[in-house]
Design a protein around this ligand. Structure first.
Ligand code: SF4
Length: 178
């Protein structure tokens, strides 16, 4: 199991060690660091902090944990892409192509084997990404390009889309890949 990085557990991130010392931190990574440093300081065996914390957290709140499946790799790529897009554009208005161009692109995606429904793989991740894209003025379809790792509605709207060196012949991204 892995902890879904997009969710904050109720009560925060904490870990009760074998010596009954309770460690707390604001993020999973910070908790791993705290535990690692504590064990080094008191001369304990380093153990496997991330694995141990994950096991305890997932036993306590199993709904925060996900089985690492191939679909989650794509979801992680899309959420990271949406976050970068938000950081770089803030508002979509000056970064969009004409609606007719976006429509032409999305029609090229219909029937493409790389068009994947990603909306149900991790519903909380989808909601979070939806919020990010809507906040910055982009649409979201729930269908991803598994080669590019982006949501196809926002991607087809972008004046400077993510390019693909290995795009199939029918792909609209080819046009921009010069
Ligand atoms: S490879 Fe091109 S045509 Fe296929 S889904 Fe991705 S963007 Fe659309």
């Amino acid at each position: 199991m892995t902890v879904n990085p997009n969710i904050h557990p109720p009560g925060g991130f904490w870990f009760s060690d074998a010596d009954e010392v309770r460690h707390e931190a604001g993020t999973l990574q910070a908790l791993v660091t705290t535990l690692t440093e504590y064990r080094a300081r008191v001369g304990r065996d380093p153990g496997e902090p991330l694995k141990e914390i994950t096991e305890q957290l997932c036993a306590r709140t199993p709904w925060l944990c996900v089985k690492p499946e191939p679909g989650m790799v794509l979801v992680a790529k899309i959420t990271a892409w949406a976050t970068r897009l938000f950081r770089d554009t803030r508002r979509a208005d000056s970064h969009k192509v004409e609606a007719s161009e976006a429509l032409k692109r999305s029609q090229a995606c219909l029937g493409c084997p790389h068009r994947i429904d990603w909306s149900k793989v991790c519903p909380p991740c989808f909601s979070k990404t939806k919020k990010i894209l809507k906040t910055s003025g982009f649409g979201i379809s729930g269908f991803a390009c598994d080669l590019a790792g982006d949501d196809l509605e926002a991607a087809t709207e972008l004046a400077q889309p993510f390019l693909l060196a290995d795009a199939p012949e029918h792909c609209w991204r080819k046009k921009y890949d010069s």
